[in-house]
Design a protein around this ligand. Structure first.
Ligand code: ADP
Ligand code: MG
Length: 462
């Protein structure tokens, strides 16, 4: 019928606009390396902040003692205690507690957010008091993983540049987040010193390196997306400090804010961006990360419903509600292997109150999941290819050297189709020989352990 033809045409148009042929991915990777150079050359030289992490030594394995980590990244935050046993014993023990950030706190005041976090940390510490008594005069030390763009002034200070991932707490912008959390800890009576402030990418890089010396890049694919890597200090013109002994510096790219005219943006992306809390910002992140994939899908489904009566004569009311279709739900539909696409049917009913869809229509839903997720995964792959190019790791060395990419984040961990597509595309872009020297390694909680390791190497009590 005419409606079906219209629906097919709309899907086809979306697919074309989302196209990511290899040639385009290579242009995107090249554009990324150009921006990397510009961001390293001068402060404000690029949309890519290429932030200096003040981490010039990644963990060696000698770290020892009990350290804490606080991981604030987006939807959840975690408190960890990690016992490090030095070269012989590695990570001896770890414990954690997790809580979600109440949505109201994501747009409230700085004090309210940090008080909430400090309270959870206080409860965590109170629970352990008898087992892990601190020696007199020695404060507990903490690695604070704070996964938003921060301009660091030292390993344990830095001001918040802006919020991302749905946070918007105005009075925190421009503040030193270590001062803020330290004040909150004091208010809540927690005796703890922030020894290291790190981004989750830097934490993952550190955690990854601790378990494998071939780790030199870290990528987060969770609510948001970002990457970090080890750069030669000589290749950072904007660094005016003393050259580190190691000759290296870990760089937090803040690649979520990358944009380029080569990115395949559709009208759905533009509308989502315009209505977001941070219009014009984090364009790459909005194409590839978990917070946004489901929302793009919802927008396409809504258009289908409006223009082709895809779900009946009336547009389902729930479909008009922003962010109602979350990426884990999209992923469940995408992975539906049942002959009658039962999971798709279930999700459409339970989330969108859409019932009685034909199998043919459910197949279209899966197709749209695939288009959206593949675009994201292939673009993320182009980003990784760009970083490998910048560091000369896109050409294989004769010495059998491996490049290990430390990966973390719920999207990479749980969205199998996305992950497979990402890995396959990186391999494709590198070509067979180099491709087989690059390995993806998932480090669950790498960022938390990495933060504890960096707290250890920057301890006052060494
Ligand atoms: P954060 O990025 O907030 O630090 P995570 O790394 O745990 O936290 O990532 C959480 C994100 O991962 C969610 O917002 C969601 O987008 C994505 N995610 C979680 N579970 C799944 C899943 N089963 N399928 C696809 N994406 C998922
Ligand atoms: Mg995280």
């Amino acid at each position: 019928s005419g409606r079906w033809a219209c629906a097919r045409a709309l899907v086809k148009e979306f697919e074309e606009k989302c196209g990511t042929p290899d040639a385009r991915l290579k242009q995107i990777a090249d554009a990324l390396t150009v921006e990397m150079h510009a961001g390293l050359a001068s402060e404000g030289g690029s949309k890519l902040k290429m932030l200096i992490s003040y981490v010039d030594n990644l963990p060696t394995g000698d770290e020892e003692g009990i350290f804490y980590a606080l991981d604030l990244g987006g939807t959840n935050f975690r408190v960890l205690r990690v016992e490090l046993g030095g070269r012989e014993r590695g990570v001896v023990h770890q414990e954690f507690a997790e809580a979600s950030i109440p949505p109201a706190l994501m747009s409230g005041s700085s004090d309210a957010l940090f008080d909430y976090i400090a309270e959870k940390l206080a409860a965590f510490v109170a629970d352990e008091e008898r087992i892990y008594e601190q020696p007199a005069g020695k404060e507990r030390e903490l690695g604070f993983t704070f996964s938003f763009p921060v301009m660091q002034n030292s390993i344990n200070s830095g001001t918040l540049i802006r919020w991302t991932k749905g946070f918007s707490i105005d009075d925190a912008v421009g503040q030193d987040v270590v001062v803020e959390i330290t004040k909150a800890l004091k208010r809540k009576g927690v005796d703890m010193r922030v020894a290291a402030l790190v981004n989750d990418t830097i934490g993952t890089l550190a955690g990854g390196r601790h378990s494998n010396p071939d780790v030199s890049v870290a990528v987060i694919l969770g609510t948001g997306s970002n990457a970090a890597y080890v750069e030669r200090a000589q290749a950072i013109p904007k660094w005016h400090g003393p050259l580190p002994k190691s000759g290296e510096m870990a760089i937090n790219m803040e690649w979520g804010n990358f944009r380029s005219s080569h990115l395949p943006l559709t009208e759905y992306d533009s509308a989502m961006d315009a209505e977001s809390l941070n219009p014009g910002e984090q364009i790459f992140e909005k194409l590839i990360s978990g917070m946004y994939l489901g929302e793009v899908l919802r927008r396409v489904l809504l258009r289908l419903a409006e223009e082709t009566c895809f779900f009946g004569d009336e547009v389902p009311a729930k479909l008009k509600s922003p962010f109602i279709l979350r990426t884990p739900e999209m992923s469940a539909m995408h992975h539906d292997t049942s002959a009658d696409l039962k999971v798709v049917d279930d999700k459409l009913r339970s989330i969108l109150e859409i019932s009685h869809t034909s199998l043919k229509k459910r197949r279209v839903v899966v197709e749209l999941c695939d288009i959206t997720a593949s675009r994201g995964a292939r673009l993320a792959a182009a980003g990784i290819f760009g970083v490998l190019k910048k560091t000369g790791k896109d050409v294989v060395k004769d010495n059998g050297e491996k490049t290990i990419i430390a990966m973390d984040g719920g999207l990479f961990e749980h969205y199998t189709e996305y992950r497979k597509c990402l890995e396959k595309t990186v391999f494709e872009l590198l070509g067979d020989t180099t491709g087989s020297s690059v390995v993806f390694q998932h480090y669950n909680d790498g960022s938390g352990i990495g933060a504890a390791l960096l707290a250890a190497s920057h301890s006052l009590y060494l």
